[in-house]
Every structure is written in structure tokens, then in C-alpha cells.
Design a protein around this ligand. Structure first.
Ligand SMILES: NC(=O)c1ccc[n+]([C@@H]2O[C@H](COP(=O)([O-])OP(=O)(O)OC[C@H]3O[C@@H](n4cnc5c(N)ncnc54)[C@H](OP(=O)(O)O)[C@@H]3O)[C@@H](O)[C@H]2O)c1
Length: 323
């Protein structure tokens, strides 16, 4: 089966660990359903996997990918929910399952001609969404939806700061935040990306690290070490920082512990989202008419080109691949 997979791990040169070619997919539970992939999307998660972060050597080779939309063998058009729970997990929130994994961590991922998932992880794809648009939702957009609407406590009229304008999560946060009545501020290292963020719906873009005109109610953090202090400083007393990633590293020069307790702030970790949140997200896209920004669409065989652009920070929105 044609797939993009991690053949090994290389912390310094992740692209050298990527193979695109034929691979025998490992076994998955017999009752899982096959989804024939029409479109998949790349995430920074795949690059972490190629670096060996979160993917143990004894699980290699591993087909990459968390995001896809496709058609089941019985003809249903579906979107993949990439959070795979322990079948015995009894909590109401899939992201709190201590034994959860994401596709491509324990079971083969979506950057392939086909992927197999538990039946409940194949949710209906509304006809209003193209396969490419639907493929952008399961990771970046679901994560953004949960950060804003489940975790941040932000209400219409509040100001939300989004660090790092161009990423898949950031562009989703800008779009969803704008359509939810929030005042959306973004930062970017790049003036042109900041301008694109404003064209997308942000009310204002600022150079990374600049002092803002006023303090904000919530910060959405995906950049990590490079923006951590700015995020803490930007919040009003009682504000909320929601963090889902650390692209620039997870060890900031200053942890800012005093400011966190003295202001006092809420710092909330967030990962992916539930099946119900993914369904609500698709409904929000239908009712608002908004769609994911797609930076480019590539054949699966050119996945390396897409990953290179992400590593260089040369992206605005999601990169879609088609098998
Ligand atoms: N927990 C979860 O469930 C979950 C889900 C999705 C993503 N994530 C994580 O969230 C992070 C974002 O992922 P993504 O795919 O949306 O985007 P990404 O490709 O990792 O980049 C996001 C943005 O970060 C900014 N950035 C990168 N390096 C920077 C640096 N050194 N200094 C300042 N800004 C920097 C860039 O913005 P500018 O150039 O515009 O400044 C870039 O556009 C990743 O670490 C990913 O692993 C986690």
C-alpha cells in the first residue's frame, strides 16, 4: 500500500527519516473499518514523529498522519477522528483517557491510500465540505475549536491573542474566533503573514514579542518557548492561557511562575478534542460558511515538499495531500 511513513527517527534531520512508498500495514483489530483516503493533511505531529518524539523505536516503521477524509468500503463519506481510546475507557472525555493514542502513534496513520479505524472514529462527512476541507479538521481545527470554546472561557466581545499567525492551529483559531464574536489579535515574526491573518479575520496583527495596546482575556499558545513570556505578560489578571503545542521548544528561558500565581492566571493544557466536538465543529463550518485555509494541495508522493515547508515555517494554513 502506498503510504508516507517514518522509516526511522532523526531528531536533527526529520525529512531524512521519511519514506514514501509501498509498505505492508501492520495488523489492527479485526472489527475496525477501512476508510479509503481521498484527502489527508499534514501536521507538526508528523514532524515530531520523524524526530522520534512520541514514537518509540520499536513501533517503526510507522505510517504517519492523523488527518483524513475518505469513503468506507460500504460507500459512506467520513472524516477520521484521530483519538483512539482504550475500548475499556469509561470517562466522558476521550482526551482524558490515560491510554489514548493518536493515529500514527500506536496504530497506522492516515498518510496512505487507506486507513483502518474503530467504527466510531469515522464520523459522517457533511456533503457541504469537500474531502480536502474535511481532511483539515481532525487535528488542527479540532484542537483550535476545543481551545477556544471548551478551555478558554472566552465570551463574545473578549480579546484573544493567538501567537504565531501562520500555523494550521493558528489559522483555525483566527477563523473560529472571528466567527464567534471574539476580538482576535495575532502575532507573527513575518509582516506578510500578519497581514494575511488580518485578511483572514484577525482584527489586528503585531510583530512577535511587541507590547500590546491592552491586556487580553485569553492567549492561545502553540509556539512555546519563543513566545511564553510574552503570553504571560499579555494576559490581564485572571486571564487564561491555553497551550496545545511548543513548536519552538518546551523549555522557555523563564517559566514566569511568579507572574502566573501573582496575577493570578489559569494555564490550561489542551489536546485534540472529542468526537462530539469534531461533530460540532463540522456543524459550525456549515452554519457559518467558513472553511479551512489550504496553503497547498500535493500528491502524497510529494509529502516531503509539504513537510519541508512546515519545517521552514513557510506555510499559511493546512497542507493537504491526495493519494
Ligand atoms: N496538542 C494537540 O492536540 C495539538 C494539535 C495540533 C497541533 N499541536 C501542536 O501545536 C503546534 C502548532 O502546530 P501547527 O501545525 O499549527 O503549526 P506549526 O507549523 O508548528 O507553526 C505554527 C506557527 O508557529 C510560529 N513559530 C514557529 N517557530 C517559531 C519560533 N521559533 N518563534 C516564534 N514563532 C514561531 C510560526 O508563526 P509566525 O512565523 O507567523 O510567527 C508558525 O506559523 C505544534 O507544536 C503542534 O505539534 C498540538
Amino acid at each position: 500500500m502506498l503510504a508516507a511513513y517514518a522509516a526511522r527517527a532523526d531528531p536533527a534531520d526529520p525529512l531524512s527519516a521519511l519514506n514514501v512508498g509501498d509498505i505492508d500495514p501492520p495488523e489492527v483489530p479485526a472489527d475496525w473499518v477501512q476508510v479509503n483516503v481521498r484527502a489527508a493533511a499534514l501536521n507538526h505531529h508528523d514532524i515530531w514523529s520523524l524526530r522520534g518524539v512520541g514514537l518509540a523505536a520499536d513501533r517503526l516503521p510507522m505510517i504517519l498522519g492523523c488527518d483524513a477524509a475518505g469513503v468506507t468500503d460500504d460507500g459512506r463519506e467520513v472524516i477520521i477522528h484521530a483519538v483512539i481510546n482504550d475500548p475499556d475507557f469509561v470517562g466522558s472525555d476521550a482526551t482524558y483517557d490515560p491510554a489514548r493514542s493518536l493515529l500514527s502513534e500506536r496504530y497506522p496513520g492516515t498518510l496512505a491510500v487507506a486507513v483502518r479505524v474503530p467504527r466510531a472514529n469515522a464520523i459522517p462527512k457533511p456533503p457541504e465540505l469537500s474531502f480536502a476541507e474535511a481532511a483539515c479538521l481532525p487535528t488542527a481545527w479540532l484542537t483550535a475549536y476545543r481551545m477556544l470554546f471548551t478551555q478558554s472561557g472566552a465570551k463574545p466581545g473578549d480579546t484573544v491573542l493567538i501567537q504565531g499567525a501562520g500555523g494550521g492551529v493558528a489559522t483555525a483559531l483566527i477563523t473560529l474566533g472571528r466567527h464567534a464574536g471574539l476580538r482576535v489579535w495575532v502575532t507573527s515574526r513575518d509582516e506578510a503573514r500578519g497581514a494575511r491573518a488580518v485578511a483572514l479575520g484577525a482584527h489586528q496583527a503585531f510583530p512577535s514579542g511587541t507590547r500590546l495596546p491592552e491586556r487580553v482575556d485569553a492567549v492561545m499558545e502553540t509556539v512555546g518557548a519563543a513566545t511564553w513570556s510574552h503570553s504571560i505578560n499579555a494576559l490581564r489578571p485572571g486571564g487564561t492561557l491555553v497551550i496545545c503545542g511548543a513548536t519552538s521548544g518546551d523549555n522557555p528561558a523563564k517559566a514566569e511562575l511568579t507572574k502566573i500565581f501573582f496575577k493570578p492566571l489559569r494555564v490550561i493544557g489542551s489536546t485534540m478534542g472529542t468526537r462530539a466536538e469534531l461533530i460540532s465543529l463540522t456543524q459550525m463550518l456549515i452554519t457559518t460558511g467558513v472553511r479551512p485555509v489550504i496553503d497547498r494541495t500535493l500528491p502524497l508522493t510529494d509529502a516531503a515538499e509539504g513537510f519541508a515547508a512546515m519545517i521552514n515555517g513557510d506555510v499559511f494554513g493546512k497542507i493537504v495531500v491526495e493519494p
